[in-house]
Design a protein around this ligand. Structure first.
Ligand code: BJ8
Length: 425
């Protein structure tokens, strides 16, 4: 990708560190994804996207910027892409999933923060993320305490930071707060883009994002089949690319892949040996290139058939309704849709537990792996009583707590293998 050096320099990247990062990522991508057996042909598109994730996609963003479009980065599925598309903007995810420059991050943040936050700071301070450098606006959100306070620290490092406040309870007052916040966010988007949100452009934004969600939900539905037509790792990758790619091209590519999987299912063709045990992974989101636990699981005799995660079904499972004929109606629909997201920052959070149980049944799973990032209080705390409830409901549950390092791989593998033995029966 050296053909992009000039673009990366102009974005202010540290070329040496960036080259080293891409080289490590390229190796790990090859080892994890390209060694899988019988990968669907349709994955080639996603391999290409990943090979160009800091190259061609960034060039597309830069070209769009020269045409006056704004690039808006965010760290959470509570930031509505529909609104960004409505002002002709481009939405990109900024969460990072690799242990890079944690020393730098820990100079301005405490050590005991989750790896997701430290990674985002490590990438920014180490100047290796072209996405954040391409952003005209970075949007934070008041979710967990770690993120909420970290945005205060991030503010001087980015051109324009805007923080959306979020409710913590599923009450009427909470919903009103969310709507108010979305209205304020609309004003901010209109100010930076110079474009007004109208019924037509917001409706277009809703249709584009709904089509994208429908495509990944279609993919999720196909994973119910037996034999399983696609690995959990490949499915996770698609859910990760969801946050970076051009939405219309992404939707078409996921649908083309699904067409292929339909044919595989008709032929009774799967990607795992017969009898491979099916599991659901639930918990903290896994940002690119965080593939550690899924890789361990799928090389230990189990297949992941669903993700209860913001990089997965928690982030995509509802469409935004299109009822009504005014901007106000559509903003109400957007609020209704996003207010349902059952992130662990909400208290109480019964619907998340119900969703896990429902996924377990729907995907005919045999076990649930609760994935916790170390120091992530909301999910770690929730996982304790969830485990008790799930086990009481005959859902075998394994709680894992890890970070982005590679040091605990052996230990994790031992625990995952023991769990798989248990649920195999
Ligand atoms: S809606 S899950 S994307 S906040 S892992 S930073 S919670 S300490 S990422 Fe999330 Fe939005 Fe919720 Fe989803 Fe904090 Fe936990 Fe770290 Fe986390």
């Amino acid at each position: 990708m050296s053909g992009y050096n000039q673009m990366w320099s102009e974005l202010g990247l540290d070329l040496e560190a960036h080259d080293a990062l891409l080289s490590v990522l390229g190796d790990s991508y090859h080892n994890i994804f390209m060694t899988q057996k019988n990968r669907p042909e349709g994955m080639k598109y996603f391999d290409f996207v990943m090979s160009e994730v800091h190259g061609l996609r960034i060039k597309e963003l830069m070209d769009a910027k020269t045409q006056g479009k704004k690039v808006i980065g965010s760290y959470c599925v509570f930031v509505p892409e529909e609104l960004i598309i409505a002002v002709d903007g481009i939405s990109v995810g900024l969460c990072a999933g690799a242990e890079f420059n944690f020393e730098g991050a820990e100079q301005i943040l405490p050590r005991n923060l989750c790896a997701l936050i430290k990674s985002a700071f490590g990438f920014k301070l180490g100047r290796v993320c072209p996405y954040i450098e391409a952003c005209d606006l970075v949007v934070g959100e008041n979710t967990c305490d770690g993120k909420k306070k970290a945005y205060e620290v991030l503010s001087p490092y980015v051109k324009d930071l805007y923080v959306v406040d979020l409710p913590q309870t599923k009450s009427n007052a909470g919903k009103m707060l969310l709507k108010e916040e979305y209205l304020k966010f609309i004003a901010k988007l209109e100010e930076i883009s110079g474009k007004k949100i109208t019924y037509e452009n917001l409706r277009k934004g809703i249709d584009i994002v709904n089509a994208k969600r429908k495509a990944v939900l279609r993919l999720a539905e196909l994973r119910k089949s037996n034999p399983i037509p696609i690995s959990g790792l490949n499915s996770l990758l698609i859910n990760q690319v969801f946050f970076y790619d051009d939405p219309v091209r992404f939707t078409n590519s996921v649908n083309a892949l699904c067409d292929e999987l339909v044919e595989r299912i008709k032929r009774g063709e799967g990607v795992f040996p017969e009898g491979t045990v099916r599991v659901i992974v639930s918990g903290c989101p896994m940002a690119v290139p965080n593939w550690k636990v899924p890789y361990i699981v799928e090389t230990s005799g189990a297949a992941i058939v669903g993700e209860e995660s913001c990089v997965g079904e928690r982030g995509t499972r509802w469409l935004t309704e299109t009822k009504g004929s005014t901007v106000e109606d559509l903003v109400e629909n957007i609020t209704d849709r996003y207010f349902k997201i059952d992130c662990a920052i909400f208290t109480p959070n019964h619907s998340r537990l119900e969703h896990i149980k429902e996924m377990f049944e729907r995907y005919n799973a045999k076990g649930l792996i609760h994935y916790n990032l170390q120091f992530c209080q909301p999910y770690i705390i929730e996982s304790g009583h969830f485990e008790t409830d799930l086990e009481n409901s005959n859902i075998p549950t394994l709680r894992l707590e890890t970070d982005y390092s590679q040091e605990d791989i052996g230990q994790l593998k031992t625990r995952v293998e023991a769990f798989i033995e248990r649920i195999k029966g």
